[in-house]
Design a protein around this ligand. Structure first.
Ligand SMILES: CC(C)(COP(=O)(O)OP(=O)(O)OC[C@H]1O[C@@H](n2cnc3c(N)ncnc32)[C@H](O)[C@@H]1OP(=O)(O)O)[C@@H](O)C(=O)NCCC(=O)NCCS
Length: 232
């Protein structure tokens, strides 16, 4: 499902349950020792997805441990992202020569709990969501905004290793399935991304968002599915 909204060069694998216990490397198993069975299962299934995706890039199985801020430590030359929610786990990877930043998020396609939208959306974002809801009331635009911001964070963090708050990004959706995120943290690190572009999909009770910054080779005329973004 997620491959429908990924740009070229990004490999993905997804799972809709944790039926088979997925094998872990000893250092991964040590990390999960004592954790709740649900967390162990989602962690293991997501790693199985990640290793399948890495295999598509021609890379051998390797432990995937958390690094700074909880972001997964991918093999050298690789960017990637992981998500899990009830009924869904996925991992995406790409060569960093082709994709500079990658973030994915999955959520149940249900309205946010009461009070949460006020924590994640500005007044102007809320007004934009209301306009979208007038045209497509069947979609959970509030949850979509939350998910897009989570995907933005996962794409942002690995390159700068700095917190980005919900108020530090302004996210705007197009009903056709794309969105843009303008980033305006106070005191941004040098060379930090200033905007991202993303895509979204709602299907089978799930809502998926993807943020990717592709690096088109010089002289390449074909526009990438998600265009390059970065310092302006
Ligand atoms: C880290 C965070 C984005 C994870 O999102 P989530 O919806 O709670 O959980 P998901 O299942 O979708 O994603 C979890 C995965 O995110 C990845 N992740 C965790 N921290 C990360 C980070 N700092 N950078 C990139 N990826 C990260 C991990 O792979 C994790 O899975 P794993 O522990 O099994 O490896 C979220 O918990 C969080 O802290 N959000 C606050 C920051 C934010 O969203 N700001 C908005 C900016 S506009």
């Amino acid at each position: 499902m997620i491959e429908e909204i990924l740009p070229p060069g990004v490999r993905s694998s997804e799972a809709f349950d944790d039926l088979a216990p997925a094998p872990l490397f000893p250092e991964e198993a040590a990390l999960m020792a004592g954790r709740r069975p649900r967390r162990q299962a989602q962690f293991a299934t997501a790693r199985a997805c990640a290793r399948r995706s890495l295999a598509e890039l021609g890379l051998p199985p390797a432990p995937l441990l958390p690094g700074a801020g909880g972001a997964p430590r991918w093999p050298a030359g690789v960017v990637g992202s992981i998500t899990h929610c009830d009924g869904y786990r996925a991992a995406v990877v790409a060569r960093s020569a082709e994709v500079a930043a990658l973030g994915i998020d999955a959520e149940p396609a249900e309205p946010l709990p009461r009070g949460v939208l006020g924590l994640v959306a500005s007044d102007s974002e809320r007004a934009a969501l209301e306009r979208l809801a007038a045209g497509s009331p069947e979609l959970c635009w509030d949850r979509l905004l939350f998910s897009a911001k989570e995907a933005v964070y996962k794409a942002w963090y690995p390159s700068v290793e700095r917190w980005l708050g919900f108020a530090d990004a302004d996210v705007r959706f197009a009903p056709s399935g794309t969105f843009t995120a303008r980033l305006h943290p106070s005191e941004p690190p040098p060379d930090a991304p200033t905007h991202f572009e993303g895509r979204w999909l709602v299907r089978n009770g799930l809502l998926l968002t993807v943020v990717a910054t592709t690096t088109a080779p010089a002289g390449h005329d074909d526009a990438p599915l998600l265009s390059a973004a970065g310092g302006e």
